[in-house]
Design a protein around this ligand. Structure first.
Ligand SMILES: [Mg+2]
Length: 381
């Protein structure tokens, strides 16, 4: 229980032991094959890690994004956080938010802020010697996950293999594939791949699709009308997530749940998303939205609107927060990120059976530690 005495002795407004150091490391990991969704293709993914330290205790957070994110942490945020009490994470989050006013928050600045925020939550739980979910308080023991991949670059066999591995081998009863290939220009292939996906997973598993904003409104409504033929219950970003009125229009016209929110970089975006009646389920990304501090507030906003929240990508960084909210739908078990997290971290979770149980082993914090030797070949900064 290192640090508890320091908490009791802290001055008013103080916050226990100080953060002594904020440091960064950047790793770029090639994909196992070319990957693409409806509006982007890539062959490598970059992980930007924020390390924070108080005395001999360390905390770790991260975001997926451009290597320049590390410079934002080093130059804009480290000085704001260093010297602050390590236990008052919301105060540090607010100070960081105010400090980046002129840098501009959306995009990689929000990613940088999120990485430091999640590192600070990990540090606090480790200082107190408890799993992060115990610090937050659990709303449920298990966190449902869904297998996410099905890239448009995959051939039929590769898609079939991946979906069967999740459903038949790991017992995950929900999967998602990418559609909207080439900005919606390959609609026939989209429909064929949806049909093949249903055949791969059988009738019992849930099938989701994600267009990453590739379609026009009318195109999304036309295609959305066919989704019921294959039992598709989740239509993610049918149109651009900047087009809130378009999302609402698609939502009103199709039977599948419309979801969006992965590009929300601050709390007000989610207010606008909800006010526009744009989604049936709010997605939020803890590595972009402002960290765990803001992710929990987004969950509360969604709950007040009668909606559930789903964690977007970076599954191991979401797991403890996801277990702490009563209106969680599920967590995205994203192939690209799972592969990186399994390779670079000890303490990863097992999704067998379709859910994970963060904190079940009693490890403090989020339970992840960087495997330095395994990570070193990928280090670029
Ligand atoms: Mg998506």
């Amino acid at each position: 229980m290192t640090g508890v005495a320091a908490v009791e002795g802290a001055p008013a407004g103080g916050a226990g032991p100080p953060v002594d150091e904020v440091a960064t490391a950047v790793y770029t990991v090639p994909t196992d094959s070319p990957e693409a969704d409806g509006t982007l293709s890539w062959d490598a993914t970059t992980l930007v890690v924020a390390h924070v330290r108080s005395g001999t205790t360390g905390g770790l957070g991260y975001t997926y994004g451009a290597p320049a994110t590390a410079h934002v942490i080093d130059e804009q945020l480290a000085g704001v956080v260093t010297g602050r009490g390590a236990l008052d994470v919301p105060a540090a989050n607010e100070a960081m938010s105010r400090a980046v006013r002129n840098a501009g928050r959306p995009g990689l600045v929000a990613g940088a802020l999120s990485a430091v925020d999640t590192a600070l939550w990990d540090l606090k739980a480790r200082l107190l010697g408890v799993p992060l979910v115990r610090l937050l308080g659990a709303a449920a023991g298990a966190v449902p996950v869904y297998g996410s991949g099905g890239f448009t670059t995959y051939g039929e066999q590769a898609q079939d293999r991946q979906l069967r591995e999740w459903v038949a081998e790991q017992g995950i009863p929900r999967v998602k594939i990418k559609i909207g290939e080439s900005w919606g220009a390959a609609e026939d292939r989209d429909r064929r791949r949806i049909g093949l996906a249903r055949r791969s997973i059988g009738d019992a598993a849930e099938l989701y699709v994600d267009a990453n904003g590739a379609y026009t409104r009318k195109q999304a409504i036309r295609l959305g009308g066919r989704l019921a033929d294959h039992g598709v219950t989740w239509f993610e970003e049918p149109v651009s997530s900047d087009d809130l009125a378009g999302l609402a229009q698609v939502r009103a016209a199709v039977g599948a749940d419309v979801a969006a929110g992965e590009y929300g970089y601050a709390l007000p975006y989610f207010w606008h998303l909800l006010a526009a009646q744009a989604v049936d389920c709010v997605q939020a990304d803890i590595t972009r939205c402002g960290g765990l501090t803001v992710w929990l507030r987004i969950a509360a906003l969604a709950q007040a609107a009668g909606l559930a929240i789903s964690g977007h990508c970076a599954p191991h960084l979401h797991a403890h927060a996801a277990a702490a909210v009563p209106n969680l739908r599920h967590l995205e078990w994203f192939h690209d990120h799972v592969r990186i997290e399994n390779r670079l971290f000890d303490g990863v979770l097992d999704p067998a059976g379709g859910s994970v149980r963060p904190g079940a082993d009693g490890a403090p914090g989020h339970g992840l530690s960087l495997r330095a030797r395994a990570a070193e070949p990928y280090r670029v900064g």
